[in-house]
Design a protein around this ligand. Structure first.
Ligand code: 6CS
Length: 306
């Protein structure tokens, strides 16, 4: 049998490394009875379209990033908010992989016709533009691309930006044609999507991490035999753990490559600069609670304190 696995990122990305590792585990443990067919970004459509293909069963597994998914699963908007996660990475890591967190999010995915399989962290979000972005005032009127959900736009509107929601595949050309002034993504993605060719500055605010979710078609999952379900579950647990380190390594390497080649100016925000953004970010949290109510508040309460 073949399992079809769709990615929101191209070859060389964190999601691609994840899919390759999962493929290898499943094919090995099943002795080749299961073939995992991986579809990198571009072959099947935008993130939103991939989610639809998973819902209708055309693909079995896919990544669904909250930045795009939050319009249909509002609770996931939490991952787009800034200055929400603990300062200590290990604390975030443990929280993200905890069965309790998955259980808390599962019903929201279920009502959107998706089975949540796990979360995957891909590194800090970096902001790029043709200038450094060191204060909220630098965002004033800036046309900055965000992922397609409203909550993704809220986070940058809170800084005074004029957000533009577009699919990933459109970002390069929109930057090139000056339809937008900037965008935000983890470092590895900025390098592999060549955004550095059309942007002069990369600002590292450590305001939010890029977190995606792995989803499955519920009927497909229910139709797997017990052994197959077990193989999938344990492969996901292993690979999700590794993904954190894969992302850290890729992000560091790609930052070094861009600096070495002189592709882009790197700007790191000081703690004092970050405080100004932290203060300005609050309205996005209000938007999140407006969209999710008590259910959203309960999820916020699950985030470990400092
Ligand atoms: O910016 C985006 O739309 C995409 N960025 C990454 C790093 N992964 C998937 C997502 O769709």
């Amino acid at each position: 049998v073949t399992w079809r696995f769709a990615l929101e990122e191209i070859e060389g990305s964190v999601q691609h490394a994840y899919a390759q590792a999962l493929k290898e585990k499943i094919e090995t443990v099943s002795d080749g009875d299961i073939v995992v067919e991986v579809f990198p970004y571009g072959s099947l459509g935008t993130s939103t379209q991939l989610t639809e293909l998973t819902r209708n069963g055309s693909v079995n597994l896919a990544f669904a990033s909250p930045g795009h998914l939050a319009d249909s699963v509002p609770e996931t908007g939490l991952f787009n908010l800034h200055f929400m996660l603990p300062a200590e990475p290990e604390v975030t890591r443990e929280w993200l992989y905890s069965p309790d967190l998955l259980a808390a999010f599962r019903p929201a995915y279920k009502s959107a016709g998706l089975q949540l399989m796990g979360f995957v962290q891909e590194g800090w979000m970096a902001w790029t533009a043709n200038k450094p972005l060191t204060t909220p005032a630098d965002f004033e009127g800036l046309k900055i691309r965000t992922m397609t959900s409203d909550i993704a736009a809220s986070t940058l509107r809170a800084y005074g930006a004029d957000p533009v929601q577009t699919p990933y595949s459109q970002v390069y050309s929109d930057l090139q044609l000056h339809r937008i002034d900037g965008q935000s993504n983890p470092v590895f993605a900025i390098e592999e999507m060549d955004f550095h060719e059309v942007q002069s500055h990369l600002t590292l605010p450590r305001a939010s991490r890029f977190i995606s979710s792995l989803v499955a078609n519920p009927d497909w999952l229910g139709g797997l035999d017990e052994q197959q379900q077990q193989w999938l579950k344990s492969a996901i647990a292993d690979v999700s753990g590794q993904a954190w380190d894969i992302a850290a390594e890729l992000n560091q390497q790609r930052l070094e490559i861009m600096v070495e080649r002189g592709d882009i100016q790197v700007v790191r925000l000081s703690d004092a600069q970050r405080e100004a953004f932290r203060g300005a970010s609050q309205p996005a949290r209000d938007d999140y609670l407006e969209a999710t109510g008590k259910r959203g508040q309960k999820l916020l309460d699950l985030i470990p304190g400092e």
